[in-house]
Design a protein around this ligand. Sequence first.
Ligand code: SME
Length: 164
Amino acid sequence: MLDALDAASPHRAAHYEDALLRLRGLLDGEDDWTAAMATVSCELHHAFAYFHWTGFYRAVTQDLLIVGPYQGGHGCLRIPFDQGVCGAAARTRTTQRVADVEAFSGHIACSSTTQSELVVPILRPDGTVLAVLDVDSDLPDVFTDVDQRALETLAARLGVQFGC
Ligand code: SME
């Protein structure tokens, strides 16, 4: 497991490269989606000190998410596609990067300490939503293009490997 990187570190991009490389090795040849989600949640959560909730919501239909493996405090169990940041990511199939969750209309506050959030949809090769990857932070406006690009790269890979 990688040491946790602080938000102020200038090495964020390199740390993601290491984390994604480790995950590639860990998931090589794996075909169990639950095992993969659990492993990704654990590795990312412990690799970045500014993540306080890291995990997945699974699209059980194309209008409902149910919580999957995660690390951190209690996550809410069900999120319709028309609610919350996670729902918006699933509904629009685009990444939602929220600098200030209080300013996001409809944000679902699973934890009162959450200040910023990054949610990346994971799409199957046929374009349907497999899940969303949600990372939350207690720090305001902490997620950057570096976080977004790295998690989108990971999400694209997961969608191909586990979305068939
Ligand atoms: N904040 C999310 C809900 C999930 S949790 O924060 C773990 C949302 O608005 O969709």
